[in-house]
Design a protein around this ligand. Sequence first.
Ligand SMILES: [Zn+2]
Length: 237
Amino acid sequence: MQRLFKKILRRLLVPLMRGKRYVCPICEGSFRWFLPGGANKRPHAQCPSCGSLERHRAFWLFLRESPLKSKTLEVLHFAPESCFEPIFRSWKNWTYQTADLYDQPVDLILNLENIKLPDRCMDLVICHHVLPEIQNDQQALAEIFRILTPQGTLLMQNPYHPMQQKTLQAKEMLPEERQQKWGKYAGLYQHEYGADFRQVLENTGFITDILQPEDFCTKEDINRYRLGGTLFVCTKS
Ligand SMILES: [Zn+2]
């Protein structure tokens, strides 16, 4: 209900925010400013029309130029974002299903650590900002690997700290350390990925590219579209 209320409120603000400074490439709205967004209310983060954040818009620009967009694919989207779901459902070349363990409505109720789907049944899995909350994230990655077809792709966004060599594990931290690090999300986060996360993905069997918006967008686009986040492009070897 709170989510619906926020959505309605955002929509009411749209006419007041129209302008030319920022553009959302997902809904193609053009605005004087974006709304504050994210856990720490980053300025100019959220599109008032579709609700996208920096990472959503970066993902969209990547996907828009990717061959995956025009291929005929079986696609599974965990924890689907509302700014993407109607678009992906409208693509006739994708057989698109959504999944979640808790949030409804979705097409499939699935536990990432034990996915009740056959081997090699999906060509593409999309899973953004879910893995840090999964207790046994390596098991979840192994399960995604198992359900992907050969050469299948996992597209995933997670907070990533490459300057931090080792991934922080909640189970190895004191409650006060977790609170200091993650604030109101202290009870939710299980992992904060560091540079060693690439090795985890490769040990699972994925060929991995780790991309920032700078890797596929111009500086002008990053400013105009307000882009951010880290995208993991993982191919089943
Ligand atoms: Zn938008």
